[in-house]
Design a binder for this molecule. Structure first.
Ligand code: ZN
Length: 125
């Protein structure tokens, strides 16, 4: 059986990632960082368990997160930090609504983040 009764477990805290609104994997898919097939193969995490990503989400519904150390967003230049805040915040906001709106998974990614389908993808070995 390919399907598991239990949801995907977070590789950081070990708890279940209950739905896509909490999913780091889906968030990164929505912003075009991951290909769709990675949703099936990459390890799952809560967004809140991935501080590098979480620190860029600026929404009053999302608890503010900080990322300590070298990856603190304060160490980025302003333009890059703002670009990532805009991207991750829009991605997170989209993630909150796509499922209830019945959007097909292939259309989850933000319009400006959709990847062209790589033609040579199958050739990789
Ligand atoms: Zn977690």
């Amino acid at each position: 059986m390919a399907r598991c009764d239990q949801g995907y477990l977070c590789e950081v805290c070990g708890d279940e990632v209950e739905d896509i609104t909490q999913s780091d994997l889906y968030l990164r898919y929505v912003i075009g960082e991951l290909e769709a097939r990675a949703l099936l193969t990459a390890p799952e995490r809560h967004i809140t368990c991935h501080p590098f990503v979480a620190q860029f989400i600026l929404d009053e519904r999302f608890p503010a997160q900080t990322c300590e150390g070298a990856f603190h967003k304060g160490s980025l230049d302003d333009a890059e930090r703002q670009r990532l805040e805009d991207l991750y915040t829009r991605g997170w906001q989209r993630l909150q609504v796509v499922r209830e709106q019945g959007v097909p998974i292939s259309e989850y990614p933000l319009e400006d983040c959709r990847r062209p389908r790589p033609a040579a993808d199958v050739a990789r070995d």
